[in-house]
Design a protein around this ligand. Structure first.
Ligand code: ATP
Length: 421
């Protein structure tokens, strides 16, 4: 029998959990201008005035939720000091795509456990009645934070009803403000004008972090997460530089630092080095790519497969037409009906948008005209291993035989190899 045991290992980390998603940092760095605007927008609360409706937007991982939690904690403390009656209700709207569902969830948040209402079976007007009554019972200022607010997709929007509730006479005691948070940049533009003007009274944009801002975020967190001296020089700079390239997303930069720490720990390294960061990045990219490819439809994967075989033959960047020919060949060999060349161009555009391939517009003047060419964005082996299901189903093209044989992709079928020779 194997002798195996677990021993605590904390030579690098002093608090690894502080690098995880649910950790709330004591202070926020790198978002001074956004905090300033947000502070101004919240000021009426402390004055006992009608709160503004505030709309925060920006891509994922740029601090919208972290800044909101930080400012609302501060506001709660200051409100109690200045005797302002303040309640905050937070709701993540993921999976709640109608005003009806949002209203029910809000009612239940405002009620004690023994007075919860069922999630179905009430007419809409009744739910709104409950909501207005519960808000009035609480009274004072009530801030309703709706994270991922873009999930709500109906016209008679609660986003319109709540801001109007007081002027419509539905609420008398409470002063209600909505804080809507979204990483869907088109959401605000697609709102109907009446909803937009009420929800977006104060809009605050959160831009992606640059490398310096990310470095500040990482240094602050590393001081909590790691023992002194556990990080080699340049580790934080490298994570920040990669993070800035990856859409300025602090979540990803923190994940990268934790990934590097985990690799270093698994190897019993004395410190986390740039090499650990690079390997962690390759691993995270691989996971992301695997997820991205797994979500593709079969013919999108086949187009990617076609491009991969061209890359294996050093024929990339390859023009759309060339990719199409290889794709048709693969379809034929796999006895599948191929899509039109126009459709395949759309698939190539999708793959480029998902950062799985890189497509460039070329202009060869009068002689060559304009065309697009394509190559894989990641190394061939990674792409192929992410497509192992497809390869198992339809077989291995001869061009990738060596790569696949060297990697850990399982080869169950070689029908393409034999039929193409
Ligand atoms: N300025 C910052 N200072 C410290 N930590 C930060 C800062 N910005 C972001 N973080 C951390 O990065 C992670 C992602 O941030 P946050 O959840 O606020 O992003 P978000 O913009 O709300 O993203 P999403 O739209 O995906 O919800 C969190 O772990 C958060 O604690």
């Amino acid at each position: 029998m194997n002798e195996i045991s677990f021993t605590p290992d904390d030579s690098l980390y002093q608090d690894r959990d502080s690098l995880s998603e649910d950790y709330t940092p004591d202070s926020i760095v790198g978002r001074d201008s956004e905090i300033q605007q947000y502070h101004t927008a919240l000021q009426p609360v402390i004055n006992g005035e009608q709160p503004n409706n505030i709309f925060l937007y920006g891509k994922t991982g740029v601090g919208k939720t972290a800044v909101t939690n930080y400012l609302l904690n501060q506001l709660r403390q200051d409100a109690s000091q200045f005797d302002v009656d303040l309640s905050v209700v937070s709701l993540n709207c993921e999976g709640l795509n109608s005003s009806y569902q949002i209203a029910i969830n809000l009612v239940n948040r405002l009620r004690p456990p023994e007075a919860q209402i069922s999630k179905t079976g009430h007419p809409q007007y009744e739910i709104y009645e409950f909501l207005w009554n519960n808000l009035d019972e609480i009274g004072g200022t009530v801030l309703i934070v709706l994270d991922e607010v873009d999930n709500i997709g109906d016209d008679d929007s609660i986003l319109y009803q709540i801001p109007r509730a007081r002027s419509n006479g539905n609420i008398e005691n409470a002063r209600v403000g909505i804080i809507g948070i979204s990483n869907d940049l088109a959401f605000r533009e697609n709102l109907s004008p009446k909803v937009r003007s009420s929800l977006c009274e104060k809009s605050i944009s959160f831009p992606p972090y640059d490398a310096d801002e990310l470095q500040a975020v990482l240094s602050q967190r590393a001081a909590v997460a790691f023992h002194e001296g556990a990080l080699d020089n340049g580790v934080l700079e490298l994570c920040a530089a990669y993070g800035a390239q990856d859409a300025g997303d602090a979540r990803k930069a923190l994940d990268l630092l934790r990934g590097a720490g985990d690799i270093a720990r698994a190897e019993n390294a004395a410190e986390v080095t740039a090499d650990h960061v690079k390997r962690a990045r390759a691993e995270l990219e691989r996971e992301e790519l695997m997820d991205g490819i797994a979500d593709l439809a079969d013919h999108q994967q086949l187009v990617l497969y076609a491009l991969a075989t061209l890359q294996a033959e050093s024929e990339t960047p390859a023009r759309s037409q060339v990719v199409y020919q290889r794709y048709e060949e693969l379809c034929k060999l796999a006895a599948l009906d191929s899509r039109t060349s126009r459709r395949v161009r759309d698939f190539l555009a999708d793959l480029a948008m998902l950062s799985i391939i890189v497509s460039s517009q070329r202009n060869d003047g009068l002689a060559g005209g304009q065309y697009r060419d394509h190559k894989l964005k990641h190394d061939l082996e990674t792409v192929l291993s992410a497509m192992s299901d497809l390869l198992e189903r339809i077989g291995i093209h001869h061009s990738i035989h060596d790569v696949v044989a060297e990697s850990d992709v399982v080869m169950l079928s070689t029908n393409l190899e034999s039929s193409s020779e």
